[in-house]
Write a new protein. Structure first.
Ligand SMILES: Cc1ncc(COP(=O)(O)O)c(C=O)c1O
Length: 399
């Protein structure tokens, strides 16, 4: 067996199942699951319809790994419009992927040179768990950057030792961030691009929450946009990851894309050709329609806005929690340990949330997720409000 398999951590939801083993919540209370970031809003009918329409013909075809041109054109146009980019070449700068999860994983397998000494993969901590698994299975070593409240939940990039930057091959960033919802600003993105040039590493920017923001006048900036500001039209060393899962409530579609540096994408396409991860033709057709429509995305933001407002009204007086600029998560402080709180909330109130410590690792002597829970505002407004009331009850019982 691949020896690196033994270095993989149990997934957070496996840890959660273990934490709750033997607990029986009251049968009188319906279950409310805010632990997993799985959007529950309806998938837009135009996406469903396109998928159905394209299925009979699509099933008779082997798709190419590069995907059809019309999909890549739709993606390139979306990128140019959304991030004010002068040119995105659908032939060179864009590749469809079956959700960002597989792409974030596969990317490290493609980019990391395991023959080099200390191939570091730098990532935020807490983090989307795939970054770590991808680094480990690529034969690299994860370097964790603690994201703590005192630093506005931002990675402290300046704290990374020079030798780590020198040996770094890949940097994962996540903006809007899961779990904190915070954003990396233009100056930080430009600083990271300078570092990437200086030390010759690749930046993988996970932007899968980029469309779930709250101020309609200020959509989050992206890495390719930072390139554009620098006049870096070739997007050198920069790759972004986007998804329809959160933007278009289609986690089951398994659809996203990667975009950026043409030379890196040329190699990634080669990798993917052998890996065998072409996107189904029907999924390509549905994705094309989804990237071309913004109406459902605006409606989606409205739904989240209402849920944040309602939950925060109930929770802010009792819990250390604030409105993030983006994402669909609350990253809330717990009055007792995060695992104990999550367990008690489940046992007494049948509400599921994720302990923050399950999303992060010990680094520099602390686990930066400790003492926090991640609440995913994915259920209906009514269910979210009900969950907030139940969370409040547990907090008050601890006083
Ligand atoms: C930060 C982050 N990146 C990537 C993903 C993967 O999304 P998908 O594979 O559905 O595109 C998720 C899913 O929860 C996520 O939270």
């Amino acid at each position: 067996m691949n020896v690196d398999l033994a270095r993989l951590q149990p997934y957070p939801f496996e840890k959660l199942a273990k934490l709750r083993a033997g607990c029986t919540p009251p049968a009188s209370l319906n279950a409310i699951n805010l632990s997993i970031g799985e959007p529950q809003h309806p998938t837009p009918p135009l996406v469903v319809e396109a998928l159905i329409q394209a299925t009979p013909l699509g099933l008779r075809k082997y798709p190419t790994t590069q995907g059809v041109e019309s999909l890549r054109v739709a993606i390139a146009q979306w990128l140019m419009q959304r991030f004010q980019l002068a040119t995105v070449d659908p032939q060179k700068h864009v590749l469809p992927v079956n959700g960002t999860r597989e792409a974030l994983f596969a990317f490290a397998q493609c980019v990391v040179d395991r023959e080099k000494t200390h191939p570091w993969v730098v990532m935020p901590n807490p983090f989307y768990q795939i970054y770590e698994g991808a680094a480990v299975l690529a034969g690299a070593q994860p370097f964790y950057l603690n994201c703590v409240a005192a630093h506005d939940f931002q990675p402290d990039f300046a704290s990374v030792p020079t030798h780590v930057w020198q040996e770094c091959q890949l940097l994962y960033i996540c903006s809007p961030n899961n779990p904190s919802g915070t954003l990396l600003d233009l100056a930080t993105l430009q600083y990271l691009i300078e570092l990437a040039d200086k030390y010759n590493f690749v930046i993988a920017a996970d932007e899968c929450y980029s469309e779930l923001y709250f101020d309609e006048t200020q959509p989050p900036i992206g890495l390719l946009q930072a390139c554009e500001h620098l006049g870096r039209h070739d997007f050198k060393r920069c790759i972004v990851f986007h998804s329809l899962s959160k933007r278009s409530n289609a986690p089951g579609l398994r659809s996203g894309f990667v975009a950026g540096d043409a030379e890196i994408l040329r190699q990634f396409l080669l990798y993917r050709t052998y890996h065998g991860c072409a996107m189904s033709p029907a999924v390509q057709a549905a994705s094309e329609v989804a990237w071309q429509d913004e109406v459902h995305v605006r409606e989606n933001r409205e739904l989240y806005r209402a849920k944040f407002a309602a939950m925060l009204e109930i929770l802010t007086p009792v819990l250390g929690v604030t409105q993030p600029p983006a994402s669909f998560y609350l990253w809330a402080e717990t009055p007792i340990s995060d695992t104990d709180f999550a367990k008690q909330l489940y046992l007494e109130q049948n509400v599921s949330v994720l302990p923050g410590s399950y999303l992060s690792r010990f680094a520099k002597g602390v686990n930066p997720g400790e003492g926090r829970i991640r609440i995913a505002l994915v259920e209906t407004l009514e269910a979210c409000v009900e969950a907030a009331q139940r969370i409040k009850t547990v907090v008050e019982s601890l006083r």
